[in-house]
Design a protein. Structure first.
Length: 315
């Protein structure tokens, strides 16, 4: 009898051990799936926003919040300061924070960052960089008596608290922009389907700085791309696409093409597109892209030029 009881006990342990292994494996797979999903979201497109009035308003409001925070809580032993000295100190802190925010969130994106490749994780990193830069500047310019390790602990604590709300804010903004851009792209695509006007094909001549000339018909032109002191001209030659490189500034190309009757849009600082070659507009949370020649080319649209491009396509 005892022998049978022991056998039964071993069977039960083996059975539940197998179930535990299966449950553990399923939990592991779910963890991997959720992490891959999160990683995919962090790599999803997001607009690089700068230069809007709302951005500067937000910077000012943030500086005001910092001022109120310091005045009410008076951290770092500021409660020992006289009232007038405390107010001057707060003005100094708010001004430094405002200057750093303008440099990190407005100047840096405009001159050093690529909006065409901007993603969620980059936007989150830029915001956290702004926090860190403000903290470091305050350390060296304002809070000279505060130990660096103390400042780092405050910074780490702030980031840990902010990372959750930050991701939620980015997710809400991304979904809002995605819906808006998809809806606008659909309206424009509907207009493209009904806009099929046949035009007389006139010849265009481009004169490069080195004396070289390029001839093509208006309807052959697909788009042009700037590459430093050169431009690449993409044209349709029957069933083939040809590429010609000319030595000239992009501004000179625009001036010469403006003399023709070519319908074009300057959709990006480096791209000029023939409106008649746009077959579809693709919208995502970052903005828009132009599909040319039934998907042969995909051209980015700058955020600052999006409204003008949509207006040009709807004409």
């Amino acid at each position: 009898m005892l022998f049978h009881i022991k056998q039964c006990g071993r069977a039960i342990n083996k059975h539940f051990g197998t179930i535990g292994a299966v449950v553990g494996l399923m939990a592991r797979l779910k963890w991997i799936y959720m992490n891959n999903k999160l990683l995919k979201w962090f790599k999803s497109p997001y607009p690089l926003m700068y230069g809007d009035k709302s951005d500067y308003v937000q910077i000012v409001l943030t500086s005001i919040f910092i001022s109120i925070f310091i005045y009410v809580l008076q951290p770092f032993g500021l409660s020992t300061l006289p009232a007038q000295t405390l107010v001057l100190f707060i003005v100094k802190v708010a001004s430094a924070a405002m200057l750093v925010s303008i440099i990190v969130t407005q100047v840096l994106p405009k001159y050093l960052l690529n909006e065409d490749l901007w993603q969620i994780w980059k936007q989150a990193s830029l915001i956290l960089l702004n926090f860190s830069a403000i903290a470091l500047v305050l350390q060296y310019l304002v809070l000279e008596d505060i130990k660096f390790i103390t400042l780092l602990s405050y910074l780490a604590f702030t980031i840990l608290i902010a990372i959750g709300p930050l991701c939620i804010r980015l997710l809400i903004t991304q979904n809002k922009l995605l819906k808006e851009n998809l809806a606008q792209a659909k309206l424009v695509n509907d207009a493209l389907e009904t806009n099929n006007i046949q035009r007389v094909e006139n010849e265009i001549k481009l004169n490069a700085d080195d004396g070289e000339s390029l001839y093509f018909l208006e309807q052959q032109f697909i788009y042009a791309k700037a590459e430093k002191n050169y431009v690449e001209i993409f044209c349709q030659d029957g069933s083939k696409t040809t590429t010609n490189v000319l030595r000239m500034p992009f501004s000179t190309l625009i001036q010469q093409l403006n003399k023709s009757e070519l319908d074009m849009t300057h959709c990006h600082r480096s791209y000029l597109v023939n409106l008649q070659k746009i077959t579809k507009i693709i919208g995502n949370s970052r903005g828009y892209s132009l599909e040319l020649n039934r998907g042969e080319f995909l051209i980015p649209v700058s955020r600052s030029k999006a409204k003008q491009v949509l207006d040009d396509v709807n004409v």
